[in-house]
Design a protein around this ligand. Sequence first.
Ligand code: CUA
Length: 186
Amino acid sequence: MADTDHSAGEAVAARIERRWAILSVSIIGVLVGMAIFIGIHKATMPQGRVETSDARTLHLAGEFVESNLGSALESDGSVTVRAIGQQYSFTPQCIVVPAETPIILRTTSADVVHGLLIEGTNINTMLVPGYVAELPIRFKAPGEHVMPCQEFCGIGHQGMWGKVKVVDKAAFAKLAAARRRLTCVD
Ligand code: CUA
């Protein structure tokens, strides 16, 4: 009698142990899956991919020269927005983008560390001199969003504000047909 009790207890223990082993391995599997997903979709913050820029020559050559700042319509229909932060403003001060369109925001700083936050979205990044911050955005509907600097950057920090104006897709396409780089700074 005592012997059968013993082996029944062993079988129960083995079954519970197997369940826990499966659960542990599944948790590891989920975590590995999440790491792979955020890696592929560049959803980590900070990102694993580091891109540098030279704050000393930003205005003179390369991607962030003034004539290249603003919104550009790409051949695949997406939009790339390039902007820089400097004490104490953003250039462009007002960013215009279409609704319902994949947008890549590429920004950097020309001097000290600034922050860029677009109200009503999950866009919130630091602009670090020497590095490019790249973020994907998509706006559902036309409207306006304020874009304050959210990192203390000096005496004029509280006055460093920008704006994002989201217009409908057709209106943006019309604007983009007339100009290579768009802003809503008049
Ligand atoms: Cu720029 Cu605070």
